[in-house]
Design a protein around this ligand. Structure first.
Ligand SMILES: [Zn+2]
Length: 381
């Protein structure tokens, strides 16, 4: 009952927030009988906003507003005080000295954790919120301490965006644990007016998704129908969310961005896109292999084929990090519930659903202590 009240308050808060906004959020997707998530599973937009009010160790900033008027927050941990680059990475890496972009002032390597780009995939949001809580108080919302994470984090500057797509998150359930494949698809990519599934790949045939032709838009797009993950066309970017993320990447010279998503299969990390530089690709593969191997050892990754990285020429927010900052992005897929496709006998706990994000952050930070994550060299003649 308490959970229902909290959810209703969250929906009310969101709708109130969007009162004088340009676009009204649609009704949230309802799953009758959906079990309550544990208290540490703080993934509602109102909870993201509330946490921001209590930040003391780090710093929280609103970096953008969604089309429905909701704030998008970034949290900063470490010293963020050096002057802005005097050039951008594109010009800087073709100039006589890349210090023109990097600056003269030394600072720790900078890692961005980007979560909640797709609103129906709350696992990254849950992990990011728990990390923020641990950085703030020493313990996460479970009361647990990941001393490896805290020790490693002290060597870095962290930018955490716990929920990039607040509009998508606002209309999706708190979790999809135990839900069948069709519900995952409906919640994440939406349904047409006749109730049929928009589908994963077909959702990308539209940019924006024609929101007047759907009965539910899914958590993929923001309320204007734009899939932030694919809002990467230079000169024609549509969402303030993606623009703000790219600005942060460039401003703070981010070395690595971990882009935390979820899928209906087991958790696994992808190789970076092959359109990135060979250096970044190789380093990203090294990290992905380490992450996948740990997930395998923990019994979370169970499909052997996901241990084998596949090359893709994907273009999305992860693959354009190099253009913004000379760093690279890497995409993680948590599981939204269990392995619907290959091993339906596995049902992950809520701890296990968000665990891959902690594993990935720790692997990236450990790897970066061996040698700089983003080796930047002059690209021009
Ligand atoms: Zn996703």
């Amino acid at each position: 009952m308490k959970r229902i009240v909290i959810s209703l308050l969250a929906v009310f808060a969101v709708l109130s927030c969007a009162e004088d906004a340009r676009i009204k959020l649609c009704e949230p997707y309802q799953i009758p009988g959906l079990a309550s998530a544990p208290e540490f599973w703080t993934v509602r937009p109102s909870q993201v906003i509330d946490l921001c009010e209590n930040v003391k160790v780090g710093k929280a900033e609103i970096i953008a507003r969604t089309p429905a008027g909701q704030p998008v927050y970034a949290y900063f941990y470490g010293e963020f005080n050096e002057p802005a680059p005097q050039t951008n990475w594109s010009a800087g890496n073709s100039s006589s000295a890349i210090s023109a972009y990097l600056g003269e002032q030394q600072h720790p390597q900078t890692i961005m954790l980007l979560a909640g780009v797709h609103g129906g995939e709350p696992e990254g949001v849950a992990a990011a919120m728990n990390m923020i809580q641990m950085l703030e108080t020493g313990k996460d919302f479970r009361g647990q301490v990941d001393s490896t994470f805290l020790d490693l984090a002290s060597n870095y500057r962290l930018i955490i965006i716990p929920c990039a797509n607040m509009d998508g998150r606002a209309i999706c359930p708190d979790h999809l644990s135990g839900q069948p494949f069709e519900v995952f698809r409906a919640v994440c990519q939406g349904t047409w007016l006749d109730g049929s599934l928009v589908g994963w790949k077909d959702s990308k045939r539209y940019f924006p998704l024609p929101v007047d032709k759907v009965s539910f838009p899914g958590g993929y797009p923001n309320s204007a129908g734009y899939n932030i993950q694919h809002d990467v066309a230079p000169g024609d970017m549509k969402t303030d969310e993606a623009k703000a993320i790219c600005k942060l990447l460039a401003r703070w010279r981010v070395d690595v961005m971990l882009n935390a998503h979820s899928c209906e299969s087991n958790p696994h990390m992808f190789a970076p896109s092959t359109i990135d530089t060979k250096r970044h690709f190789d380093r990203g593969c090294r990290i992905a292999n380490k992450v996948n191997s740990i997930l395998w050892d923990k019994g979370l990754l169970v499909n052997e084929r996901h241990l084998q990285l596949r090359n893709t020429e994907t273009l999305n927010l992860s693959s354009i990090v190099n253009w913004c900052s000379g760093g690279f992005g890497i995409t993680l897929e948590c599981s939204s519930s269990y392995d619907n496709i290959h091993n339906p006998t596995i049902q992950y706990s809520f701890d296990q659903l968000m665990a891959p994000v902690f594993v990935s952050m720790n692997v990236i930070m450990e790897d970066g202590l061996e040698s700089p994550l983003a080796e930047r060299i002059k690209g021009g003649l």
